[in-house]
Write a protein that binds this ligand. Structure first.
Ligand SMILES: Nc1ncnc2c1ncn2[C@@H]1O[C@H](COP(=O)(O)OP(=O)(O)OP(=O)(O)O)[C@@H](O)[C@H]1O
Ligand SMILES: [Mg+2]
Length: 361
């Protein structure tokens, strides 16, 4: 997958910009608050998804403007296309994001899914290591949703059964036939839950060795990352596990067992990364996971997504930076950084962002 050119109008602090990233590495440098992340976010909008910073659509429109427009020339294995995403401001009278591909109206931008694929790293993703298990489950589930469109349905079926079961557990003593109802909800949770566990296990079996190898290379073999799937129970045993948890569930008033409580374990040299890893080690871990996510997507979809790396180099020592900038060969990668000196060592194309003005260097 490749982005050949990008045109922006009224996107965040960027009034208008023309961006032509190189075939491999492109660096966008500039001081704090100039619009580097805004540019990366604009590229991401071509995927049809919402902002990776969790911003509302209207916040993406330049203050005082009615619409933001992001237009990209994209090259995929099956040919070239022009993708256009328009984002309405709060007072435009229109709503949200709409998409066009080759001039054809796609309605909501999410319908563009698959036309342009990208993997993004941004500093907020450090919560993948630092934060709660929920963030790690979301990472796995989001990747699975992109790779297997049917997975979203499985998630929804599980969620629906769990919501019903939780409602029942809250008024268990007052509900007639509560136990029979629990059996029904447990059966639905087990059916969808087994499928979730099967997919998650298969995904981690693909992801973990790739991420571990990346980490080994980033740290020049000095440290070992190990990733495990911390499943709620063995495959095929979810219904039993739900039954075993029943007494605890009733006492707690909610479902205490199931794939909604799973986690992805990460250790560096045998120590839990969440509690023991340094800042640079956490960053290296997330980066390894993101590079591995892209590599798995490439295996499944037959095409490597564009890598968008926001502020990825800070906190990495020179060796780790060099590794990162050298392993980019063959895949399009767009990196932002404050320190332009970092990139004197690279052959990448360099842009400078200053107060929303983008210029080639
Ligand atoms: N809708 C908007 N309209 C106008 N300006 C906006 C809008 N949204 C954000 N901005 C401005 O964009 C700037 C931030 O841009 P961005 O986050 O891309 O900075 P950055 O170059 O990545 O900085 P850093 O190095 O600190 O990460 C801020 O000055 C902010 O006020
Ligand atoms: Mg930024």
């Amino acid at each position: 997958m490749r982005l050949n050119a990008l045109e922006l109008t009224d996107y965040r602090n960027i009034r208008t910009a023309y961006f032509e990233p190189g075939r491999e590495l492109t660096v966008v440098c500039g001081e704090n608050g100039q619009g580097k992340t805004n540019l990366l976010e604009a590229v991401w909008m071509l995927t049809g998804s919402k902002s990776f910073r969790g911003a509302k659509d209207a916040e993406l429109v330049r203050e005082g403007a009615q619409f933001a427009v992001v237009e990209g020339d994209v090259e995929a294995a099956d040919g070239e296309s022009r993708i256009r995403v328009a984002i309405a401001s709060a007072d435009s009278g229109k709503r949200g994001r709409t998409g066009k591909k080759n001039g054809v109206d796609y309605g909501r931008a999410t319908n563009l899914a698959g036309a342009f694929t990208a993997v993004v790293f941004e500093p907020g993703h450090l919560s993948l290591v630092k934060g709660s298990p929920e963030g790690r489950r979301k990472f796995i589930d989001a990747a699975l949703c992109q790779l297997y469109p049917g997975y979203l349905n499985v998630l929804r079926r599980y969620q629906r059964a769990m919501t019903q079961k939780n409602a029942l557990l809250k008024q268990f003593e007052r509900t007639p036939d509560a136990r029979a109802l629990l059996d029904v909800f447990d059966a639905s949770m087990a059916e969808a839950g087994e499928e979730m566990m099967r997919r998650r296990a298969a995904y981690l079996a693909q992801l973990a060795p790739k991420a571990e190898t990346m980490y080994d290379e980033i740290s020049s073999g000095r440290e070992t990352l190990h990733i495990t799937y911390e499943a709620t129970c063995e495959a095929g045993k979810l219904l039993d596990a739900l039954h075993e948890a029943r007494r605890r569930d009733i006492a707690a008033g909610f479902c205490t067992a199931g794939p909604h409580r799973e986690d992805m374990g990460m250790t560096i040299d045998g120590r839990d990364a969440k509690s023991f890893a340094s800042q640079g080690q956490k960053r290296s871990t997330v980066l390894s996971l993101k590079l591995a996510e892209a590599a798995v997507a490439c295996d499944v979809l037959g095409e490597h997504p564009v890598m968008l790396l926001d502020d990825v180099l800070s906190e990495l020592d020179e060796h780790r930076q060099d590794y990162l900038l050298s392993r980019i060969a063959g895949r399009q990668t767009i990196v932002t950084a404050c320190d332009p000196g970092l990139f004197e060592r690279t052959t990448g194309r360099v842009y400078r962002m200053s107060s929303g003005f983008l210029t080639g260097v």
